[in-house]
Ligand binder design. Structure first.
Ligand code: B12
Ligand code: SF4
Length: 448
């Protein structure tokens, strides 16, 4: 069976550019490719620049399309073009956008034959082997009467078993994406983004991670991870890594073993990661520093007690302060991520967050308007409150995506609907956000 895994172009269906950040390899479909290969099923990963490349895919019998919410319009459009070119091709969609939204996607888009929910490796293998779609756990498909058939996939793959380094196509992607700048995470000196785990125990109401990975954390073993890193150093002279795991700093035992494996590379390799303030302490941070860690970004979101409680993030401001202080003391640069625009959030709440962010004396920060991802609790709240409609996420979103994109900048370079709290119009909310973004920006420590 001829199978391709596709990343749609960062474009709207009319060909205009959708300027989402896009600096790294498409790991989701590369992982699926690696897994298929291990099971003797060859496949091609295609990263499209433009929609007019679709006719070059007409020889494939199955095409899997990956999508985030920000790129869903492009993914739907790819599916349409594929079916128009080759009606017998089976079109499968997967990725974070699909997880809480597979029924709606299948009902609205007849050009999509099936949607994979959550982890894609084993469902895609079964599809490639020709198993009936309606019998594959994790695959949503249409019954003959048009209703949607779905059974949950409880089988999770062993991450250590995805072979990566020997994959030629991935190697060419490493060459292509190496040395991209990614804020403080990657400075552009032979760096790559890696992910060493799947899942997060958190339950933040705005995040789509729990819907992809089911709230269960699985990690590569520190030894396997260190072997991969060593291969990257030797093969590509990698000097910098950004671990994009949801919460890289996890169980202390894993961190200890990982840091001891990494110490031997600390002279030539620096790394950064995301962390939760409730998972670090002075001892772990010292270990990380001596193993080459140079930057950690913590997700804080808000300094308002009310907002924190409503968003499901169980951390306190003292914990934040302590983690930031300890990180600096360990000699690691520190950044924090803030979000604005939650149900019930007022100007006073925003003021508190701004003041707290400034007081932390950070090396970097982000301050983004809360984006709405299908399936998340905040998405359901926004639907209930009439702030969004499902159609915006199914057809063309938002009503004028380019306006939203421009207006949101520099608060977030997104192109998808955001949550506008009561008491604001879309425009007044964005100007409030932009003003506070610049106020926080002025407090950021100069680059040394
Ligand atoms: C690294 C990362 C980035 C990097 C690189 C992104 C990239 N294109 O690779 C950077 C920093 C550039 C980035 C940018 C953005 N990101 Co980002 N990013 C991540 C992060 C932390 C890891 C992604 C990853 O590699 N995961 C590991 C792989 C293995 O998982 P996966 O891609 O989900 O794939 C698995 C399944 O989803 C499924 N699957 C995926 N595709 C397909 C396709 C088929 C056919 C099948 C069957 C299955 C399948 O199977 C895969 C293997 O099991 C995730 C959070 C997370 N932990 O996943 C957020 C995340 C993907 N990002 C997110 C967002 C919003 C963005 C931006 C839109 C931000 C912005 N405003 O610009 C941009 C979009 C860029 C783009 N065009 O792709 C959201 C997406 C939410 C959503 N519902 O859309 C996430 C989930 C964060 C979150 N928790 O909310 N991001
Ligand atoms: S801690 Fe981070 S990854 Fe985990 S649910 Fe919350 S926002 Fe998502």
């Amino acid at each position: 069976m001829k199978l391709a895994l596709l990343k749609p172009p960062d474009q709207y269906p009319d060909g205009s550019s959708c300027s989402v950040q896009n600096y790294t390899m498409p790991y989701g479909i590369l992982d699926i490719q690696a897994y298929l290969l291990r099971h003797g099923v060859p496949s091609q990963v295609k990263v499209l620049e433009r929609f007019d490349e679709i006719p070059t895919l007409c020889r494939y019998e199955v095409i899997g399309i990956t999508t985030l919410t920000a790129t869903c319009h492009a993914a739907y459009h790819c599916a349409e073009l594929i079916k128009a070119t080759n009606p017998s091709c089976t079109v499968v969609m997967g990725g974070p956008h699909c997880n809480g939204f597979f029924r709606q996607i299948l009902n609205a888009h007849l050009q999509i034959d099936a949607v994979v929910v959550g982890e894609g490796e084993s469902p895609m293998l079964e599809i490639a082997r020709g198993d009936p779609m309606d019998q594959i756990p994790g695959v949503a498909s249409r019954n003959p009467d048009g209703s949607v058939n779905f059974s949950f996939n409880r089988k999770r793959i062993d991450l250590n078993a995805i072979s990566r380094i020997d994959n030629e196509q991935e190697n060419s992607f490493v060459q292509q994406y190496m040395s991209q700048r990614l804020g403080k995470f990657l400075t552009g000196s032979n760096g790559i983004v890696l992910s060493s785990s799947r899942g997060c125990p958190g339950k933040c109401i705005f995040c789509s991670s729990p819907y992809t990975w089911g709230g269960v954390v699985r990690r590569l073993s520190p030894v396997v991870l260190a072997e991969r890193i060593e291969a990257f150093i030797n093969r590509f002279a990698i000097r910098e890594i950004f671990f994009a795991d949801d919460t890289f700093v996890g169980e202390p035992e894993w961190m200890r073993e990982f840091c001891s494996c990494m110490r031997k590379f600390a002279e030539k390799l620096k790394w950064s990661c995301l962390g939760r303030v409730d998972m670090v302490d002075g001892q772990i941070l010292d270990m990380m520093a001596s193993a080459g860690c140079r930057y950690i970004k913590y997700g804080i979101e808000s300094a308002s007690h009310n907002v924190m409680a409503s968003m499901g993030k169980n951390i306190g401001l003292e914990q934040v302060q302590q983690a930031v202080d300890e990180t600096k003391r360990a000699g690691i640069e520190v950044g924090c991520g803030f979000m604005v625009g939650f149900p019930g959030e007022t100007r006073d709440d925003m003021r508190e967050t701004e003041a707290f962010a400034k007081s932390l004396q950070l090396n970097a920060f982000s301050y983004t308007a809360t984006m709405l991802f299908p399936g998340t609790p905040i998405f359901k709240i926004a639907l209930r409150e009439g702030k969004i409609t499902e159609d915006e996420f199914l057809y063309w979103m938002p009503k004028d995506p380019k306006k939203a994109m421009r207006a949101a900048s520099p608060v977030s370079r997104d192109c998808q609907p955001i949550y506008v709290p009561d008491g604001f119009t879309y425009e007044s909310f964005l100007s409030e956000c932009t003003r506070r973004y610049h106020a926080i920006e002025r407090s950021i420590l100069p680059i040394t």
